[in-house]
Design a protein around this ligand. Structure first.
Ligand code: NAD
Ligand code: ZN
Length: 380
């Protein structure tokens, strides 16, 4: 096959033309990668709730037409000027928040909030020249969180690509590109429960169940799952969740229910719903003196967190995390190795699979609350 380097590639992409309307598979033009950019061929992508929020654009700024998608696995097709650590054929996971390796955050052991490449959900263009690499008949189509993986080819800043073991099956490890690493890291890197401790997980979607998996790996003895969808409970047992609370079953606030169950509160909680009431409950249900709550869910843009300052004075800690505090380029290759070494199971997160032509089915499943991750197979 002739080389496509430096050429515009025509391929299929699922375009979100308008908020809440089904995606349309279109032929798009994908421009060659510019300075510090990489063009990749996406082989598998999956759907995360964050894609749905920005597609619905009810609680987020609308940016359309746009190519969504950020959880994926692919292979490098060509690299732009200045890219030295990736080459065609490398296997990569794109990540919505990057690592430039040069800023104060990248140099800090404690942060993954890169100054240059931290997530920016309103930007629909590349950082280098503020232009899109996608177009249809010359009309630009916007990018999404640096990744836009609902396309057979996409252009990504090199700092948003984790180079992984080429033997790792991309149809499985693609889920580490966002949701599973986020939940796992929220527990292992941020909440850090001690062996024998109690952990509450709010929201038992893929992110929350990955947080539960982190609690299990940490040796937590009680893992309390909280969800409004009772059908999640059976599934959650496979992830080490030991007890369930459905806030709908109680008249009193769920934080009070949990405090009663645990003699004053859980040692750690991880919120993975995106709903402000769950965020507040997740904070207020931790034990005074030592409890730590970690927020992971992406809130409505106008949401406000309200709690009495006394809850903090009484020595409860509130934290938040993007991408489980993992630095994408430095840390994600080793999370892939955890899967390769069988320390981490990914198969149990993958409940559905559809060909790219049926991508809207993945949206329907998520909207109905069915399953965890739906893998979308490109080129089919
Ligand atoms: P999901 O929709 O599969 O799961 C969310 C679960 O929360 C559902 O089971 C739902 O029933 C439950 N829920 C909703 N409101 C609730 C409430 N008030 N109390 C208890 N449970 C409630 O979503 P997901 O893909 O697992 O993602 C979870 C959240 O994490 C989303 O908000 C997503 O945007 C966010 N996220 C954040 C990051 C980050 O880096 N911070 C990364 C990925 C995803
Ligand atoms: Zn940086």
């Amino acid at each position: 096959m002739a080389s496509t380097t430096d050429q515009v590639i025509r391929c299929k992409a699922a375009v979100a033309w308008e908020a809440g309307k089904p995606l349309v598979i279109e032929e798009v033009e994908v421009a060659p990668p510019q300075k510090m950019e990489v063009r990749i061929k996406i082989l598998f992508t999956s759907l995360c709730h964050t894609d749905v929020y920005f597609w619905e654009a009810k609680g987020q700024n609308p940016v359309f037409p746009r190519i969504l998608g950020h959880e994926a696995g692919g292979v490098v097709e060509s690299v732009g000027e200045g890219v030295t650590d990736l080459q065609p054929g490398d296997h990569v996971l794109p990540v919505f928040t990057g690592e430039c390796k040069e800023c104060a955050h990248c140099k800090s052991e404690e942060s993954n909030m890169c100054d240059l490449l931290r997530i920016n959900t309103d930007r629909g263009v590349m950082i280098h020249d503020q232009k899109s690499r996608f177009s249809i008949n010359g009309k630009p189509i916007f990018h999404f969180v640096e990744t836009s993986t609902f396309s057979e080819y996409t252009v990504v800043h090199v700092g948003c690509l984790a180079k992984i073991n080429p033997l790792a099956p991309l149809d499985k490890v693609c889920v580490l590109s966002c949701g599973i690493s986020t939940g796992l890291g929220a527990t292992l890197n941020v909440a850090k429960p001690k062996k024998g401790s109690s952990v509450a997980i709010f929201g038992l979607g893929a992110v929350g169940l990955a947080a539960a998996e982190g609690a299990r790996i940490s040796g937590a003895s009680r893992i309390i799952g909280v969800d409004l969808n009772a059908s999640r409970f059976e599934l959650a047992k496979k992830f080490g969740v030991t007890e369930f609370v459905n806030p709908k079953d109680y008249k009193k606030p769920v934080q009070e229910v949990i405090a009663e169950m645990t003699n004053g509160g859980v040692d750690r909680s991880v919120e993975c719903t995106g709903h402000i009431d769950a965020m507040i409950s997740a904070f207020e249900c931790v034990h005074d003196g030592w409890g730590v709550a970690v927020l992971v869910g992406v809130p409505h843009k106008d949401a406000v967190f309200k709690t009495s300052p006394l809850n903090l004075l009484n020595e409860r800690t509130l934290k938040g995390t993007f991408f489980g505090n993992y630095k994408p380029r430095s840390d994600i290759p080793s999370v892939v190795e955890k899967y390769m070494n069988k320390e981490l199971e990914l198969e149990k997160f993958i409940t559905h699979e559809v060909p790219f032509s049926e991508i809207n089915k993945a949206f329907d499943l998520m909207l109905k609350g069915e399953g965890l991750r739906c893998i979308i197979r490109m080129g089919a």
